[in-house]
Design a binder for this molecule. Structure first.
Ligand SMILES: [Cu+2]
Length: 66
């Protein structure tokens, strides 16, 4: 399992936006976004560059902190 810490999520709508953005990334599944911790977790179906995941989150309007 991989995880990514996201900055800027403030409500369930943000969680949905991030979830949708991650769903669009090819090769990842079992996406879970936690509002309280700001952490998104996912499983890789194949090797996915973390930069691609990060870019998807940024495109949705949020920041990746680690
Ligand atoms: Cu929100």
């Amino acid at each position: 399992m991989r995880s990514v810490k996201i900055k800027g999520m403030s409500c369930q709508h943000c969680v949905m936006a991030v979830s949708r953005a991650l769903s669009a990334v090819e090769g990842i599944k079992d996406i879970n976004v936690d509002l309280k911790s700001g952490v998104a977790t996912y499983e890789e179906e194949k090797k996915v560059d973390p930069m691609v995941v990060e870019a998807a989150i940024k495109m949705a309007g949020y920041e990746v902190v680690e």
